[in-house]
Design a protein around this ligand. Structure first.
Ligand code: ADP
Length: 272
């Protein structure tokens, strides 16, 4: 569209009624995308109109987790139509913008910025109640771009209980704050494994595989650093069904809603 004015990002307009939450983490592999996919489904299940932007350039695993891995967005005039999941979440993934799915993306700052703006401005989102963005791990180009284009976005920081993960998660939160975004809370994932073989005495036993305290620590540090309350929004246990749900495209909040992980995720969604 050489020379033509760029379309504006609807969520950045003063009258926008859409709540925007960016899901961030310091490290990869802490379950950020799994949480984002499940939060989207939980919010949709609560009757909200939900859009999801998969901006995780290295991962872009959201479509598979939501059962739309092979879907391609259609185009109407010069607007891109997001892909609807079976439960009604509208999804667009940075992976869908590549000509070929198996293509390796080596995009640098300006191209990433353009891709992000395209996913926000050139997609027909309609009237959303909530837009979630799955950010790449760390404090890279996409996080900076998002801060520039959507300073009103609120940030949810995901960490595991582990000290090393918590430390980098704090950095991701601080980065968001430098971009003038509000950090609305911390979610601790993989908090513990409910021991499957020792429940006979009626008490819950927790195997603390990644240690304890990471989520509390990030919440306390960021609260102190920013001078406002950054709560720990929830602790999500390790659950084989959560991993399986991600692999098969059937998120656990829908496929096994009474499991401890799904209950924890639904409770986090209620606080957003
Ligand atoms: P990230 O987006 O932070 O890189 P993913 O969401 O891709 O992380 O998760 C990494 C791996 O861990 C995936 O295989 C996912 O299924 C698994 N996983 C994430 N959270 C949990 C959990 N609470 N219990 C079991 N497996 C999990």
């Amino acid at each position: 569209r050489g020379g033509q004015a760029q379309r504006e990002i609807p969520f950045a307009q003063p009258g926008s009624l859409t709540k925007v939450f960016a899901i961030a983490s310091g490290k990869g592999g802490v379950g950020k995308s799994s949480l984002t996919a499940n939060l989207a489904i939980a919010l949709a299940g609560a009757g909200r109109k939900v859009g999801l932007v998969d901006a995780d350039i290295y991962g872009h695993s959201i479509p598979a987790m939501l059962g739309v891995a092979d879907a391609r967005p259609t185009q109407v005039d010069d607007l891109i139509m997001p892909v609807p999941t079976p439960s009604g979440v509208s999804v667009i993934s940075i992976g869908m913008l590549k000509p070929r799915r198996d293509q390796v993306v080596a995009w640098r700052g300006p191209m990433l910025d353009r891709a992000l703006v395209q996913m926000l401005a050139d997609v027909y989102w309609g009237d959303l109640d909530v837009l979630l963005l799955d950010l790449p791990p760390g404090t890279g180009d996409i996080a900076i771009s998002l801060g520039q284009h959507l300073p009103g976005a609120e940030v949810v920081v995901v960490t595991t209980p582990q000290e090393a993960a918590a430390e980098v998660a704090e950095r991701a939160g601080t980065m968001a704050s430098m971009m003038h975004q509000r950090v609305v809370g911390v979610v601790e994932n993989m908090s513990y494994l409910p021991c499957p073989h020792c429940a006979d005495d009626g008490k819950e036993h927790r195997l603390e595989i990644f240690g304890t305290g990471g989520g509390e620590r990030v919440a306390a540090t960021l609260s102190q650093r920013f001078g406002y309350d950054v709560p720990l929004l929830g602790e999500v246990p390790i659950d084989v069904a959560l991993r399986e749900g991600g692999d098969t495209g059937k998120p656990i909040v829908e496929s096994d809603p009474t499991s401890p992980a799904a209950v924890a995720l639904t409770a986090v969604a209620e606080r957003l």
